[in-house]
Design a protein around this ligand. Structure first.
Ligand SMILES: [Zn+2]
Ligand SMILES: [Zn+2]
Length: 102
């Protein structure tokens, strides 16, 4: 595991300059769908559930996590603990990591 990734797993905002640069670069490539802190969509068919932005299925709010890159809300199945992002952003990060110099 590379240092920037470890850093990332612990904290959402990386501190070192190098990882901050990577974070910025990734942010340029990822389309932001929601602002940070913006709530998930309510499931129109139930009062207590919210929609996963990736697979569009309803889940209790406690099951959804907001991706720090695209801002989408992801359920467990659409979340990548490895990167602490949604599945879609994790795919982009994975490609970038493979193309990186490390
Ligand atoms: Zn999902
Ligand atoms: Zn994402």
């Amino acid at each position: 595991m590379t240092p920037w990734k470890k850093n990332w797993l612990r904290k959402e905002a990386p501190k070192s300059k190098e990882s901050a640069d990577r974070f910025r670069e990734l942010k340029k490539e990822i389309t932001v769908m929601r602002k940070q802190g913006e709530p998930p969509l309510k499931d129109p068919h139930s009062f207590a559930q919210y929609m996963c932005d990736l697979c569009s299925t309803p889940h209790p709010i406690s099951d959804l996590r907001q991706c720090v890159f695209c801002g989408r809300w992801a359920c467990d199945a659409c979340w990548k603990d490895e990167y602490y992002t949604c599945k879609s952003c994790a795919g982009i990060i994975k490609i970038r990591t493979m193309m990186g110099k490390e």
